[in-house]
Design a protein around this ligand. Structure first.
Ligand code: GUN
Length: 282
């Protein structure tokens, strides 16, 4: 039976530590780290995430500002808001919740954020920095996953790591972070031939596909570390990851649950990036 990696506990410990660091930072500099979160439209999942980010800010002692804009907000209006926030001295981090409505060009919006306030690490400047090994900010979900892997104390150098899913938010930055730790990295996606043959070689398997319970036990190597990034809503209203937890738990050495695995780490890393942003400014 696998050890279950408790993302809730690890994230909580990080938030507590950040709270102390934030207090010390305030005393030393007189600055309060500030995060602006922008949500366009009424996507229910996004509303939940944005609410959690505001709550986490409160918990660690940040200033939090939320901008909830209607779904028909124009691209130029959103750009104006970002330009204003780029100049706002009380705001150190800017996060635009994705996905954006279809009439808005996501690339253009991300590129408008000051890279020094890009706490998501999505700006091309930071993506380039991640490729060459010196980003200002690392995307929150992959950064959180690296912390979860570190909690197992398993050495990544020389290990076979397989990432399933090639999104800009998770899959691509994840592969770069694993590579930076000297893992041998394979990326899989919808066109990959014989996916089970590839995933079965993984010492570390990252599932970031967005399809409920797609990774079954026959696709997992005995003793693998399995990280489940999926958050899928089932017909019965329950949440399920991309991994068939009930069967894979018997085969893996470590596994993350859904919920309570990767999710809370994303927000903890957002707080960490925001404090880093405020420190850069100071
Ligand atoms: N949508 C899903 N995950 C994320 C994230 O990490 N950041 C932003 N901005 N939007 C998201």
């Amino acid at each position: 039976m696998a050890n279950i990696i408790d993302g809730n506990k690890i994230a909580k410990d990080i938030r507590l530590k950040l709270r102390e660091e934030t207090l010390a930072f305030k005393e030393k500099t007189g600055l309060v780290p500030g995060l602006a979160v922008i949500l366009v439209g009424e996507d229910p999942a996004s509303q939940v995430y944005v609410g959690r980010k505001g709550k986490a800010c409160e918990e660690v002692g940040f200033l939090s500002r939320e901008y909830r804009l209607p779904a028909d907000t124009t691209e130029s209006k959103l750009l104006t808001l970002i330009h204003d926030l780029n100049r706002d001295e009380f705001i150190h981090g800017i996060l635009v919740q994705l996905p954006l409505p279809k009439h808005i060009a996501t690339d253009k919006i991300i590129a408008a954020i000051d890279p020094h306030k890009d706490v998501d690490g999505f700006h091309p400047y930071n993506v380039g920095g991640l490729v060459t090994g010196s980003p200002l900010f690392i995307p929150c979900t992959p950064r959180g996953i690296m912390e979860l892997i570190a909690s197992t104390r398993i050495e990544l150098a020389g290990k076979d790591a397989v990432v399933v899913g090639r999104s800009n938010i998770v899959g691509k930055p994840m592969a770069l972070l694993l590579l930076a730790q000297n893992a041998t990295v394979t990326m899989c996606h919808s066109k990959t031939r014989d996916l089970p043959a590839v995933t079965s070689r993984a010492d570390v398997l990252i599932a970031a596909i967005g399809r409920a319970r797609m990774i079954t036990a026959d696709m997992v190597k005995d003793g693998a570390v399995v990280i489940d990034v999926g958050v899928n809503r089932l017909d019965n209203g329950k949440l399920a990851g991309d991994v068939a937890f009930d069967e894979v738990v018997a085969k893996a050495s470590y596994i993350t649950p859904v919920p309570g695995g990767v999710g809370p780490m994303t927000i903890a890393m957002l707080m960490k990036n925001t404090l880093d942003a405020a420190k850069m400014k100071a």
